[in-house]
Design a protein around this ligand. Sequence first.
Ligand code: GDP
Length: 419
Amino acid sequence: MDTIFAEATPPGRGGVSVVRLSGPDSHAVLQTLVGAVPEARRAYLRAVRDGDDLIDRALVLWFPEGHSFTGEEVAEFHLHGAPVISTRLAEALLARGLRRADAGEFSKRAFLNGRMDLAEAEGLSDLLSAETEAQRKLAMRTADGELGQKADELRSKLIRAGALVEASIDFADEEVPEEVPAEVYSLIDSVRHDISMMLKAYPATERLRQGYEVAIIGPPNAGKSSLLNRIAQREFALVSDIAGTTRDILELRTDLRGLPVTFLDTAGLRESADPVEAMGVKRATERAEQADLRIHLSESPDVSTLRVDGDFVVRSKADLGFGNGISISSKTGEGVAELLDMVYDSLRVKAADSGLVGHRRQAEALERARDALDISAGTEPEFLAEALRSAVLGLASMVGRVGAEDYLDEIFSSFCIGK
Ligand code: GDP
């Protein structure tokens, strides 16, 4: 492993900018730049010098091997937050043979050194990209190792079951037929139950992690773009009384009281001879079908064919005197807050079904464990032992203790530089 460095704080001007080093040369390089290396894990103010040049006076931290985020020797410089200062330090580090870190490289090293499991790394990645409170909470639980703990709990049950099965194989002789103790089946049942609960919650967890989509659909000129602008509280979409104005799908990302919600403004649903508009309508239809929820907006009470249970049918332009059921006016704002309340309530119910497993990779490994445990009573002990071993393997791969290699690049490259 070579020694890497990166700015851990975002580029640009700020109060403080943190530059982090990790790898076997960290101590030596730190010593040349600051003289006396600070006591481990304590912040000291030091003059940071490259030869005669005083780069900055900075808070410096030193983490010995085994006591750092990456598990390697790590040093941190908390510099004054002007880009020229960190650039000057980078120059000094490059001159001493250090290399700029790739995206996620610190976290990847932490994983490779056993400082965190793969599920925690995924949680950390989610945490860094969380935009709303609900996403933060979800990511924090995984980053904090809850999934690993759950995997351990299930794993130890399966290992106990495996030991009981092995014992029954070992003690069997010709006179006494092999018999698997009842406890084995109750252990398997309890693990199966927990796994199926986790898998059941997976779709809801995934949705919460990625964010919800609410499509606003309806005929041209229904007021879809105007509603989107009302929600955005600014001119986000182009509003015009020329039907067929919106052709691409506009996405408005919002934080709806802690839930990540993207509202989609779509092309008005109508038959069109214009090929570009027709393409827009096709896309709108497909996207609306996949959305978590649809707001069917129209001036008259016609309901589109895309309606799914739980969707909202809303009358637009309430200021012009229509109304019955849910109606809104994007002009006066009437009814819009109530509509958002309903959207929030509906998505909150979906979010309440979420659990811990929110990544496809995790779910697939868990499915392997579930499938391995799909055994009927009376299975030969040898097969039973084998099934238990595969299930343990499935759980281990869920948290990346085995078979992680294929996923490393994909997971860590989605991190930002400096993490
Ligand atoms: P879209 O085609 O469904 O996106 O509809 P737009 O938002 O572009 O609106 C079409 C026309 O209806 C525009 O002239 C808007 O000014 C008008 N409009 C939209 N919402 C309202 C409303 O709540 N009240 C009134 N009076 N006019 C509206």
